[in-house]
Design a protein around this ligand. Structure first.
Ligand code: UT7
Length: 326
């Protein structure tokens, strides 16, 4: 049976660093509080406002094409996970593909917040497994700094900007995307959302004055759901596929809070040396975290390694995926 294999990985983070010490000067917080509550030391920020989400992805994509030694015209489809698109419409996938010169690709955006990349990867794998396409580019990219209120100490300390992407191609070997379990629950909306800008509350002078175009998050409510659901779904994908903790080479978990990741690893019976972690450098890049982890850890991965990718985010959305590295 044809499987979707990850044949190239690339990433991009902006050069500008926003450290905990910088945040100490902006809001009532301390480096110590942020570090102990979240595990984050610094994050990257796309300060140049002439640059948008698609410009970050363009830089990563150029790396990916060079690594895989293919041209942009060979890409069949772009699936772009983001909650910070260049525009409300058209899709950033289309803008990005045009910038890249991916003339033969069609594409669309996925809005599933921190689970966006995993959802997109699951969808992309279907196009490959059915034989419909040969090269699907799956992007996870967010410029969270454009929708973060830097006067709100409860949210601004977590988020950062970044982009990662995978190329999926067919293989007849038993490697690649093996299985996934996805969930969502729209009742979570009240705990994590952007109040205005959509049809529910169109933009107005009032919405701007009330700071309704920024991320609204009830941290504790989200934390409780994230800890429980990310751990549960990660255990579920293992049980469903008869995988024991000793079979798992790496946990690749969404980087929102180190305490959530540690709880997930514990539930799966994994020691910390099997947990990919870069939250201290980049914070929560929303759709970017999972591909950015694999981008950084790729040199350590061996053929046949079992990876569990897992996530929880706005929606609520959550899920886990089993990948056999090929
Ligand atoms: O990625 C998608 C989904 N998002 C997440 O998974 C995020 C989940 N939530 C979290 O990671 C955590 O809830 C936060 C990091 C956002 C907050 O950490 P917490 O341990 O849940 O803090 P808290 O909201 O319970 O607040 C504890 C105290 C409060 O003070 P009082 O009421 O106890 O006096 C807050 O006002 O910490 C205070 N506080 C801060 N103090 C210093 C909140 N933010 C800060 C801050 N610096 N930045």
């Amino acid at each position: 049976m044809t499987k979707a294999k990850i044949t190239a990985v690339a990433g991009y983070v902006p050069d500008d660093v926003l450290s905990n010490f910088d945040l100490e000067k902006m809001v009532d917080t301390t480096n110590e509080w942020i570090l102990t509550r979240t595990g984050i030391k610094e994050r990257r920020i796309l300060r140049d406002i002439s640059q948008a989400n698609s410009d970050m992805a363009l830089k990563a994509a150029q790396e990916l094409l060079a690594k895989r030694k293919i041209s942009a015209e060979e890409i069949d489809c772009v699936i772009y996970a983001t909650v910070t698109p260049d525009h409300v419409f058209p899709a950033t996938a289309n803008i990005f593909a045009a910038k890249l010169g991916a003339k033969n690709a069609w594409g669309f955006d996925i809005s599933a917040a921190c689970s966006g990349f995993l959802y997109a990867l699951g969808i992309g794998a279907q196009f490959i497994e059915t034989g419909k396409y040969k090269k699907v580019l799956v992007v996870g990219s967010d410029v969270m700094s454009r929708i973060i209120d830097y006067t709100d100490r409860t949210t601004c300390i977590i988020f950062g900007d970044g982009c990662g992407m995978f190329l999926l191609e067919p293989t007849e070997e038993n490697y690649g995307i093996m299985d996934f379990i996805f969930y969502s629950d729209g009742n979570g909306c009240k705990h994590l959302h952007m109040k205005a800008g959509g049809s529910f509350m169109p933009p107005s002078y009032e919405t701007v004055a009330n700071r309704y175009h920024y991320v609204y998050q009830e941290g504790q409510a989200v934390f409780k759901q994230a800890v429980y659901n990310m751990a549960e779904v990660s255990a579920q994908i293992m049980e469903k596929n008869n995988l024991k903790s000793e079979d798992i080479a790496w946990l690749v978990a969404h980087q929102a809070n180190k305490r959530i990741i540690d709880a997930t690893a514990q539930r799966m019976g994994l020691s910390s040396d099997k947990v990919m972690m870069n939250i201290e450098k980049y914070g929560n890049t929303t759709a970017g975290t999972i591909p950015l982890l694999i981008w950084e850890y790729e040199p350590l991965l061996k053929k046949g390694d079992n990876l569990i990718l897992s996530t929880f985010g706005g929606g609520f959305t959550w899920g886990a995926m089993w990948v056999k590295w090929g």
